[in-house]
Design a protein around this ligand. Structure first.
Ligand code: ATP
Ligand code: HMH
Length: 268
């Protein structure tokens, strides 16, 4: 027996290394988890956008899940890009058997603006997967889709978090303010308390994969037994450092820096 924490991500790929499965595994590694991954779609993308997408057959997604679940414990897991309803149905069936925290990043559109999931799959995600979550981490446009209401203010964000838990059945909702101006404020509503996480806004265009990195960090901390609000607090610190020290790589939105905290430690 070993006491390592095992974290699993179910998501699409990013060959340029900044988002999706790649961001998730790098984050798991930095936060000292044993990382595992189920690939849903192979995405040809980079810092400028998405060039092509190839979806894996649902049978292959199912088989990857069987390979992991029949062999290795999962202490927390996350989902990211799940492109269509067929995939969602298979994933739903499998994850219902996992008794570990479930973090959903309700990925719909990439930082570049490219759509990553079918329009009709958005509603399936909301109706069938959201009620299974321990926490969902929508950005503003995703929270607007889930609630069907526009979000312009901090009060709108808090109302959305509340509604996503009470009306749509999420275990908890973290509504992220990356798309608003001013401080980078996120609200976590866990069914009882509205928690606020604030960081200074960093003046950078290098935000490719911030949502993936943040939700992967939450998953990592939950897999290690950290309680939810503390897991989000620590993940917010991690993602803020990763943005602060992001890489000016590529000609579009550069990637976050998954070893920013380690670099800090080295320099101090
Ligand atoms: N410029 C910034 N400075 C500081 N924090 C930021 C900045 N942009 C985003 N954040 C923070 O990064 C985290 C991810 O939020 P964001 O809203 O960007 O997610 P997202 O849109 O899902 O990401 P992605 O671009 O990967 O889809 C949140 O904690 C948000 O507050
Ligand atoms: C595979 C994948 N998942 C999520 C995002 C959102 O950043 C992305 N760009 N690519």
């Amino acid at each position: 027996m070993t006491n390592v924490s095992c974290a699993l991500t179910i998501a699409g790929t990013d060959p340029s290394g900044g988002a999706g499965i790649h961001a998730d595994l790098k984050t798991f590694q930095e936060l000292k988890c044993y990382g595992m991954s189920i690939i849903t779609s192979v995405v040809a993308q980079n810092t400028t956008g998405v060039q092509a997408v190839h979806h894996l057959p649902k049978e292959m997604i199912s088989q990857q899940l069987d390979s992991v679940l029949s062999d290795i414990p999962v202490h927390a897991f996350k989902t990211g890009m799940i492109a269509n309803i067929e995939m969602m149905q298979v994933i739903k069936q499998k994850i219902e058997t996992i008794s570990a925290p479930y973090v959903m990043d309700p990925v719909m559109v990439a930082t570049s603006g490219d759509a990553l999931i079918d329009v009709e799959a958005r509603s399936y995600l909301r109706e069938h997967l959201l009620p299974l979550t321990s926490i969902v981490t929508p950005n503003i446009p995703e929270a607007e889709f889930i609630t069907g209401k526009p979000i312009h203010t901090i009060t709108d964000m808090q109302d959305a978090a509340n509604e996503i838990v009470h009306n749509y059945g999420a275990g908890a909702a973290l509504v992220k303010g990356g798309h608003l101006s001013g401080e980078a404020i996120d609200f976590l509503y866990d069914g009882e308390t509205m928690h606020t996480f604030t960081a200074k806004r960093i003046d950078t265009k290098n935000t490719h994969g911030t949502g993936c990195t943040y939700s992967a960090a939450i998953t990592a901390y939950l897999s290690q037994g950290t309680p939810l609000p503390k897991a989000v607090e620590k993940a917010k610190y991690f993602v803020t450092k990763a943005i602060e020290r992001s890489f000016a790589l590529g000609s579009g939105n550069g990637p976050t820096n998954h070893f920013a905290i380690r670099m800090n430690e080295v320099e101090q």
